[in-house]
Write a protein that binds this ligand. Structure first.
Ligand SMILES: [Zn+2]
Length: 409
């Protein structure tokens, strides 16, 4: 559990949530800014750029045109739980404690978080919070709103929770939905959806059945994305919140073994990588449709952030010739790309922001923005001072008017 003010913070959240339910207050509080953060794991500019030029990402292109965009500097050896916990606390992995998928031999979980995350800070400042599929949020924690867990949720056929997808009804070892009453509501209105994304197939499963396995796997990935789209659509309709954070993971998962780099890349195997060369770019075309659904719930007064925890790059012959020596994901899958390079600057994430007080068509150069800056910047929009332990800064240059608070809290 979080240190310093963290324990007190959780107490406040619980009190707040109880008071709210006593008063039967539903929906958003009045006159708070509305912020939607969409996380796309491993979103990679090298893949986005040609698709943007071809006009295949109309929703993303529209957001870039009316907003700010650039690279998002990440941490060293980046992977999803490590970076998402950095994003939510604005502290280093060794400080917040979620240093990777496995910590001290145990699958990373929300109880390991030693610094207070943004959803707790916002909740105790009376900002309503909605979260779905954010990595490393299992078991879910009480917030002033709702939380549906994401990557690292454990359950049937996904006992260790690492890069696999349990069904909502088959989650084990903790709660995947807060408040508990929301679970049956989601089962009824959205269905028994998969949490996170499909596990990558092993070399043995692929051997001799490459086309069939890839086809089946990609169909499952699209099924999961359709379910997530329904989930996001339902939550944004039935439970609008001031702050909403939703994440997709299938883009990264697909990139690891179906990155369209040919003819040569360490790990490239034509039996696998030439079957569906458009599989990885197609993930972003599919994401753009999800984005379109989310944007239907916004207006010109809504802040929209699209962020990724890191990019993804092809393996290099001088650095990693063994496709099985892949640290951050399934070791038996023949991977062709990765992101846990020792130097995180090799695999920057993406940053896009648009909203009522955000500059238009403004590019952030170099590494001006980092994963540490996301929480302070969002707190700034709500007029909340960053906590003293936070290592990031408010990205003042993205705002039209950066002087003073954006909102009076
Ligand atoms: Zn990955």
């Amino acid at each position: 559990m979080f240190n310093r003010t963290g324990r007190v913070a959780v107490f406040f959240v619980v009190v707040l949530v109880c008071l709210k339910s006593l008063a039967q207050v539903e929906g958003r509080s009045i006159a708070k800014p509305r912020v939607i953060v969409i996380g796309v794991n491993g979103m990679e500019w090298d893949i986005l750029r040609p698709l943007l030029l071809e006009g295949k990402l109309p929703n993303l292109a529209g957001l870039i045109k009316r907003g700010v965009y650039g690279k998002l500097r990440t941490v060293s050896a980046p992977n999803c739980p490590r970076v998402y916990s950095t994003i939510s606390t604005s502290t280093r992995p060794d400080e917040h404690g979620v240093t990777g998928f496995i910590v001290g031999g145990i699958t990373a979980n929300s109880n390991m978080l030693k610094e207070e995350p943004i959803w707790s800070i916002l909740s105790r400042n009376n900002v309503s919070v909605g979260m779905a599929n954010v990595p490393a949020t299992f078991p879910v924690m009480p917030v002033n709103g709702y939380m549906v867990s994401g990557m690292l949720t454990r359950g049937k056929n996904c006992e260790d929770g690492v890069l696999c997808a349990p069904k909502l009804s088959e989650v084990e070892g903790g709660d995947a939905v807060y408040p508990a009453s929301l679970k049956s509501e989601l089962l009824k209105n959205v269905g028994n959806f998969y949490i996170d994304c499909e596990r990558m197939p092993s070399a043995e499963e692929l051997n001799g059945h490459e086309s069939e396995v890839i086809e089946t796997w990609l169909n499952k990935v699209q099924q999961i994305r359709d379910q997530q789209q329904r989930l996001f659509d339902y939550l944004l309709s039935a439970h609008p919140t001031d702050f909403t954070w939703m994440v997709q993971s299938c883009e990264d998962r697909t990139g690891h073994w179906l990155y369209p780099i040919a003819p040569y890349n360490a790990g490239y195997n034509p039996k696998i990588a030439s079957i569906k060369p458009d599989a990885f770019p197609s993930q972003y075309v599919a994401f753009d449709k999800v984005l379109g659904t989310i944007l239907k719930h916004t207006n010109d007064q809504t802040y929209v952030f699209i962020i990724s925890d890191h990019g993804i790059k092809p393996l290099r012959e001088f650095e990693d010739t063994n496709p099985h020596a892949h640290m951050d994901h399934e070791k038996t899958t023949p991977v062709i790309a990765k992101h846990d390079f020792a130097d995180g600057d090799d695999v920057p994430g993406s940053f896009i922001a648009a909203g009522p007080n955000i500059k238009s068509n403004f590019r952030l150069m170099g590494f001006d923005a980092s994963v540490y800056d996301i929480a302070p910047t969002i707190l700034h929009i709500y007029g909340i001072k960053p906590l003293s332990q936070m290592r990031g800064r408010v990205l003042e240059e993205i705002f039209l008017n950066s002087s003073g608070q954006v909102a009076k809290n």
